[in-house]
Write a protein of this length. Structure first.
Lengths: 521, 416
């Protein structure tokens, strides 16, 4: 018996002695270097992008592929760290429950239908109960939905606040906040981070953008409590809060700040072309005829007003004589009724954008152009015959025009508001980074590059194209794991440059993109 | 307890052997201890493998040799750019041999042999960075051979016989670098085939121009093992018509290449024997590992290998210390058939220097215990496999590899 143990011991020795070792193993302590940075306790602050939210939901594998988690894995190879914890949800379904009632939907997956692959919500019930509070602390302090000033908002992680109408707190933070009154920043600071990343401010314009610009661009109003959810944060208020957050974080830690991408280049705003009104020659001619009729009738209507000269009437009405051509035509969009645009619609201009959730079957039925009913046809027949339509028939004619609603599109002015705010935020972020001598990543340039030429990797080119491009998840806004790896690599580049570190990068091809699944709602 | 131990040992003894191409030179403890020379050495029943022509020169009427080796072989891989590292945790391989010969007359001997010249067992960490090429593989081939050995003149003989091969393969890898199911589990496939049989042959000649010098030549034919209707088991595949990977069957071919050995041995005096062997393994035949799935919706898997014929140079010496102890030592240089750019982690083999040693203890006139060890030294190497395709582009898998193998072996020689 003893001999067998001896024999086993010799064999074991053989195994040990034969374990191959590399001359320069990456496991050697000095192989990589953290330079002047110290990653032993890395804390990530931000919103959904930081949390690993993707496909319209927060789910485990998305969290595992969040850019902070990718970074932390590389940090752990570079130096000894205390690990990196995340407030993982309960499943890969996504969605949230509060007291058993669903308040956030399951994730999108890509399913193949009769017309090819389309995103759909997974047909499953969320199991993540917000009131089952998690025991922290958590290195990933990314809170989906958070705006800049929310990081300093007391009670933002309150369970009770979820019950008010509208809720005064954030369900994602409420899952793991350390108290009812704490702030995101306070919970982050309590961990004494040695290193941090901060990517906040996206939601300060995103709510406005995804609502189709229905909110207000707040300027010269720093009272953020007065803001609606779809408002754009006053750039002065943004700079004020952002600077305060960074001041606390940078007091005892190095870190990297990421600026705000121009959200209008992500698939949520670029997937549905505004000239998707495809017409054959006959339909184009019909539509042109219809709008000539509208212009003609409008001229008559305007001339009934004694204060309007025939020339003025013609000038105003002529804007409605819209010419349609065979092939692609831009949709019509509703605009406010004004004396110069009394019917309140116009054709979209080239740079204007339609939003991803727009009802595409409605577009096929005349939404964005004209809903030609039988009654409308009758009115047109009267006009063609040289007859005089009644007032009601005029209303029928005008009412047939179905412009795109404000919440389904971003018009020129709204796009300008988004860009103005983003530019102002980014100026603030960059100058704050300079002031505090922190790392700075131009995430805006990265996102612009995804949109223009794409980012090459060993398995192809990552672009902002919806579904196919690989960078954006099925909600059209948040990154896929591969997109998150792009962000992580940009941060690593900056860390290596600024802090004289040597942190290895992520191999983009090892990270996934969209998830396929047929089981959809 | 003893039985339990042996059971444990032989549970692993599936004729599986160690990584490093898939030729495994462990066909006799005496030969192995001398750098795995033996085509021109008349020593014991190991001749059944090394050169059946020599069997007839064995002095005794009945000769037998059996043995087994324990292969402790592992590989480490790292990629500095991405901070990735992986080690194999391969099961201990236990290749064996069993040889028997019977002298019918002064001029003619017959024999029977079973041995495992090809095999591989490599297990990387599941879902490691190269998991799209291999997670783990177990390849085994058992050769069973009937032999005849005929003495044409007192110093010239020939020998050979037909070989029956029974092979098996079990190979798992992930479908791509990133495909997962809804839960984030990597999609993978296991192909499994066993009891795959094929036939081949070997033949050799031995000549002694003078008493102290022997010259030998042996050729073992190429054998193509064709797996038909093996099982392909797809796991963690997303529920989607875009990934139509349902369990199916597959056909595949794996060549066990031909090998030519020539060698000389020189008996300096009663105590000292020197041997030199040259092996040429005709690896050219291994161009590509192609797996043809029966389900037409599943794209066939084509994996270029582009092996090249390779040589091995073997040197051995034997010293008979006294009536009880015989000591042996050897060295061989093993040229890898794997070409640059085709360095696939399922056979992470580069050139190796191999050091051998061993001894025999004559327990009685009839029974001897043969022990050997082999240490294979591989240089660290930066290599890549460049023929994995993604979206129609070749995506190289590269890094630094280092292999090592330590192989103790034990056998028994019987002569009656």
């Amino acid at each position: 018996m003893k001999n067998y143990f001896k024999y086993m011991a010799i064999l074991a020795l053989g195994i040990v002695s034969c374990e191959p070792e590399l001359e320069n193993s990456i496991e050697d302590a000095d192989f990589y270097s953290s330079g002047e940075a110290d990653f032993s306790n890395y804390v990530a602050l931000g919103n959904s992008l930081t949390a690993g939210y993707a496909d319209g939901a927060l789910y485990i594998s998305g969290q595992e592929n969040s850019y902070p988690n990718i970074l932390a894995e590389k940090f752990a190879i570079t130096q000894e760290t205390n690990g990196f914890t995340q407030p993982l949800v309960n499943d890969n379904i996504g969605g949230l429950l509060v007291g058993g009632s669903q308040i956030a939907k399951p994730r999108y997956v890509l399913s193949v239908g009769a017309n090819g692959p389309v995103p759909g919500r997974l047909d499953a019930t969320p199991t993540t109960e917000v009131t089952n509070k998690l025991e922290g602390p958590f290195n990933n302090m990314g809170v989906p939905g958070a705006k800049s000033y929310h990081l300093k908002a007391e009670g933002y992680g309150s369970i009770a606040g979820l019950q008010t109408d509208p809720p005064s707190s954030n369900a994602y933070f409420a899952r793991f906040s350390t108290s009812e009154s704490t702030t995101v920043l306070a919970d982050a600071m309590a961990q004494n981070p040695t290193f941090f990343t901060l990517w906040i401010g996206n939601n300060d314009v995103l709510g406005y953008a995804t609502s189709g610009g229905t909110g207000t661009f707040q300027t010269n109003n720093t009272d953020v409590r007065s803001y609606g959810p779809n408002d754009i944060t006053d750039p002065n208020a943004f700079a004020f809060f952002y600077s305060q957050i960074v001041e606390e974080l940078a007091a005892n830690a190095e870190g990297v700040l990421l600026n705000i991408p121009d959200i209008t280049t992500v698939p949520y705003f670029t997937t549905i072309p505004n000239n998707a009104l495809a017409l054959d020659a006959a339909t184009a001619a019909n539509l042109t005829g219809f709008f000539q009729a509208v212009a003609g009738v409008m001229t008559q209507v305007l001339m009934q007003n004694p204060n309007v000269t025939p020339e003025q009437a013609q000038a105003i009405a002529s804007q409605y004589a819209i010419q349609f051509n065979e092939g692609a035509n831009r949709f019509l969009i509703d605009v406010p009724v004004t004396p110069t645009n009394p019917l309140g619609f116009r054709q979209m201009t080239e740079e204007e954008l339609l939003l991803l959730p727009i009802d595409q079957s409605a577009l096929a039925q005349g939404y964005g152009s004209v809903v030609l009913t039988q009654e409308v046809g009758e009115v047109l027949a009267i006009l063609q015959a040289g007859g005089q339509p009644s007032q009601q028939q005029v209303q029928t004619l005008f009412g047939a025009v179905s412009g795109i609603n404000d919440e389904d599109a971003l018009d020129v002015e709204e796009i300008q508001n988004i860009r103005t705010a983003t530019t102002a935020y980014n100026q603030a972020i960059e100058s704050i980074a300079t002031n505090f001598e922190l790392g700075f990543v131009d995430a805006n340039a990265l996102v612009a590059k995804l949109d223009s030429e794409g980012i090459a990797y060993d398995g192809g080119v990552l672009t902002s194209a919806f579904v196919q491009g690989g960078a954006y998840s099925l909600d059209g806004i948040h990154q896929t794991p591969r997109g998150a790896a792009v962000i992580a690599n940009a941060i690593i580049d900056e860390i290596n440059e600024r802090y004289g570190a040597e942190v290895p990068k992520a191999n983009l091809g090892d990270y996934g993109t969209v998830t396929l699944e047929q089981n959809v709602q | 307890m003893k039985r339990l131990f042996l059971l444990g040992l032989f549970a692993l003894a599936t004729a599986v052997t160690y990584a490093g191409g898939y030729r495994v030179s462990l066909q006799g403890q005496r030969g192995l201890a001398m750098g795995h020379t033996g085509v021109a050495v008349v020593n014991n029943a190991e001749l059944a493998f090394f050169n059946p022509a020599g069997l007839v020169f064995l002095e005794n009427k009945i000769n037998a040799a059996v043995g087994v080796s324990a292969v402790f072989s592992d590989v480490v891989w790292q990629n500095e750019e991405f901070g990735q590292m992986a080690r194999t945790d391969s099961p201990v391989g236990t290749p064996f041999y069993a040889y028997f010969s019977y002298k019918l007359s002064e001029k003619f001997s017959v024999g029977l042999a079973a041995y495992t010249p090809y095999g591989s067992s490599v297990a990387w960490e599941k879902d490691w960075a190269g998991s799209h090429l291999v997670n783990d593989i177990e390849l085994a081939a058992i050769y069973v051979q009937a032999l005849g050995s005929y003495k044409i003149t007192d110093n010239l003989s020939i020998g050979g016989g037909p070989i029956y091969v029974s092979g098996s393969v079990n190979f798992n890898r992930n479908l791509t670098r990133s495909l997962t199911d809804l839960e984030g589990n990597r999609s993978n496939v296991t192909v499994d085939a066993s009891g795959v049989s094929a036939w081949g042959w070997s033949a050799g000649a031995m000549w002694s121009p003078v008493d102290s010098l022997r010259i030998g030549v042996n050729y073992r034919s190429e054998i193509i093992v064709k797996a038909e209707d093996g099982d392909a088991d797809f796991e963690n595949v997303p529920n989607s018509p875009l990934t139509p990977f349902q369990d199916t069957t597959f056909d595949a071919e794996l060549p066990l290449p031909a090998e030519l050995s020539v060698g000389v041995s020189y008996q300096l005096d009663e105590k000292w024997l020197f041997a030199f062997d040259y092996n040429r393994t005709f690896w050219d035949v291994y161009e590509s590992l192609d797996v043809d799935f029966a389900n037409p919706n599943i794209p066939d898997s084509e994996n270029p290998r582009n092996y090249k014929d390779a040589s091995i140079y073997r040197f051995g010496l034997q010293y008979i210390a006294n009536e009880t102890f015989t000591l042996r030592a050897g060295y061989y240089f093993d040229e890898s058939p794997v070409q640059s750019g085709y360095f696939a982690p399922e056979t992470p083999r580069n050139d190796s220097s191999n050091f051998t040693g061993g001894l025999s203890i004559n327990v009685t006139d009839k029974v001897a215990i043969d022990a050997s060890f082999l240490y294979s030294r591989f240089e660290e190497i930066n290599e890549s496999y460049d023929y994995y395709e993604e979206n129609g582009e070749n995506v190289p898998f590269e890094g630094t590899y280092k292999s090592s193998a330590f192989i103790p072996g034990l056998g028994v020689t019987i002569k009656i």
